[in-house]
Design a protein around this ligand. Structure first.
Ligand code: ADP
Ligand code: MG
Length: 249
């Protein structure tokens, strides 16, 4: 069989799990659906020990560390992990396949509130996701879950700063592209872009107050002029369309 290079050296999956369809394979990180003999399904993320450059390894290790440390209903639960592999709960569908559902502000507000709640949790711990986009919003029932901490930045002492630009072009803030240090305001920009993507042409004009006033501020070119995730969450509550789950924060 033709090959583009040496075969990847991949650890895992853990006993009982079989590697299924590939969801993504790039820069030495391989993401697969995994199936257990008892019928369970999970998401397996593995680092190719043969190929990756030091930065890829550093990023994978950071994602692993964050996955082990963080626990929130708005983040994917880590089921098991090893040195070069992570096994997450399986989540579906993705927001990419549910865009029309959230064109209606009555549905969009709770979605945005759920993501703002997760961002409040991350930002409160000095973690900036840096890659908030529809493909990284998946669902556990009606709960929006933010996945892929592979591009996450740390507000303090980030050894990866300035070594690469992370994020997706259509969603990342201007300062993120300019290589600025990780800052929570970058995720606020991306969240507002995501809201615009869901709301469509009518966009902000039909947003319930006080959202209509605050959402455009999320796209301020000065990051310090953007509201925090916690302020946004309060605003979503003020629209009266979001009842937070008890103990969710
Ligand atoms: N827990 C999960 N359950 C189901 N699908 C997932 C899960 N996590 C990620 N995915 C899907 O796999 C894709 C690749 O995973 P991701 O963590 O984004 O890896 P990377 O971007 O580093 O390749 C995501 O864009 C998403 O569509
Ligand atoms: Mg990704």
């Amino acid at each position: 069989m033709p090959s583009d290079g040496p075969a990847p050296d991949l650890a895992g999956p853990p006993p009982g799990w079989r590697v299924g369809a590939c969801l993504s394979s790039r820069n030495g990180t391989h993401v697969h659906r995994a199936e257990h003999s008892d019928g369970r399904v999970a998401l397996l993320k593995r680092l190719d020990r043969a190929a990756p450059d030091p930065l890829t390894r550093l990023r994978f290790q950071r994602e692993a560390r964050l996955a082990r440390l963080l626990a929130h209903p708005g983040l994917a639960a880590l089921l098991a992990s090893g040195e070069d592999w992570l096994l997450f709960e399986w989540l579906a569908p993705s927001l990419v396949d549910r865009r029309e559902t959230f064109a209606d502000w009555a549905k969009l507000v709770p979605l945005l509130a759920g993501i703002a709640q997760t961002l409040t949790y991350l930002h409160g711990r000095g973690v900036v996701h840096q890659d908030v986009k529809p493909a990284h919003i998946l669902f556990r029932g009606s709960r929006a879950v933010l996945v892929d901490l592979g591009a996450a930045g740390l507000v303090a002492d980030d050894p990866i700063i300035g070594r690469e630009a992370v994020g997706a072009e259509a969603w990342a803030s201007p300062e993120q592209w300019a290589g600025a240090a990780p800052r929570p305001a970058a995720d606020i920009w991306s969240l507002a872009r995501l809201a615009g993507w869901c709301a469509g042409e009518a966009g902000w004009t039909q947003a319930p107050e006080p959202l209509g006033a605050i959402l455009p501020r999320c796209l301020a070119s000065d990051p310090s002029a953007r509201p925090s995730a916690a302020t946004l969450l309060e605003t979503f509550r003020d629209t009266g369309r979001f009842a937070p789950a008890p103990g969710a924060l």
